[in-house]
Design a protein around this ligand. Structure first.
Ligand SMILES: Cc1cc2nc3c(=O)[nH]c(=O)nc-3n(C[C@H](O)[C@H](O)[C@H](O)COP(=O)(O)OP(=O)(O)OC[C@H]3O[C@@H](n4cnc5c(N)ncnc54)[C@H](O)[C@@H]3O)c2cc1C
Length: 243
């Protein structure tokens, strides 16, 4: 069985339902043994991006992603789809390490938004990337200005990730007057998480790679073994992706 049954789609996230109803053959199960240079366990964003980065670094590598369910079946396919810089965490991270380490992390998280946009454009992935920005809004007086500490500290390093916005500006942007004030970060974007997972999984190796070998995502060997012990187990949905 390769196509995912309708009953196995119905309970999944709204995002995954949209993708799987269009493409129920997205996740054919792994049948048989598989060999690879590198095996990654888990076909969420972490595993899929790791596979892509490995192939970018060395196109000759044969990379397999083992997924016990379907790629994106974990939280990667059912999150809020927001691409945000970590600037709001500047003070917290700096307290754990120091300003320099915190700044580095925040710059990298900002760069990741641009990187994802670029990757999708280069690989023809339409994951509904939309640079809509986001608002850190205050819905009560005690929350007003909560963003000032991070913004003030970042300004000293020449970083201005967001600008204060009034209640009226927020209402004009979001359609709700529930917020008293806020900070607007124009760099933030939204994506369709399940399309991102599916297309990262399907995505060919970056075009500059000469190798015809591509990262592969296949059903968990553990799941296959568990299926043989428990034929009715959910591991029937075990998947394989050949990229
Ligand atoms: C409600 C919610 C909203 C969120 N919103 C956002 C957001 O807007 N923006 C954002 O950036 N982050 C958001 N996050 C966080 C983000 O979704 C996670 O950090 C990210 O998806 C984690 O990816 P992952 O690959 O580590 O884990 P997962 O997506 O959980 O992937 C792990 C995979 O491993 C598989 N697996 C586990 N064990 C095995 C095994 N033994 N063999 C084979 N496969 C196995 C699982 O089936 C799963 O598919 C949100 C999280 C939640 C809970």
């Amino acid at each position: 069985m390769s196509a995912i049954a309708a009953a196995d789609i119905a309970w999944r996230s709204h995002w995954l339902q949209q993708v799987l109803r269009d493409d129920p053959d997205l996740a054919p199960p792994l049948n048989g043994d598989i060999r690879a240079d590198i095996c990654i366990v888990g076909g969420g964003f972490l595993g899929l991006w790791t596979a892509i980065r490995l192939k970018e670094a060395d196109p000759s590598l044969d990379v397999v992603v083992l997924e016990k369910d379907i790629c994106g079946g974990g939280v990667s396919g059912r999150n809020s789809g927001m691409l945000l810089s970590a600037w709001t965490k500047f003070s917290t991270i700096a307290a754990l390490r120091n300003d320099e380490a915190s700044l580095q992390l925040i710059d990298q998280s900002s760069g990741a938004i641009d990187g994802i946009e670029r990757f999708c454009a280069e690989n023809g992935i339409d994951c509904w990337f939309d640079r809509v920005g986001w608002i850190w809004g205050a819905t009560c007086a005690a929350q007003v200005g909560a963003w000032q500490d991070a913004l003030g500290k970042l300004a000293k390093y020449g970083r201005h990730p967001a600008r204060p916005v009034t209640r009226e500006e927020i209402a004009a942007m979001s359609g709700t007057s529930a917020h008293l004030a806020g900070a607007f970060d124009a760099s933030a974007a939204t994506i369709h998480p399940a399309i991102s997972c599916a297309d990262c999984a399907r995505s060919p190796a970056p075009r500059r790679c000469a190798s015809t070998k591509r990262p592969r995502c296949a059903a968990s060997a553990a799941a296959v073994r568990s299926r043989s012990r428990h034929p009715a187990a959910r591991s029937d949905a075990g998947s394989s992706f050949w990229l």
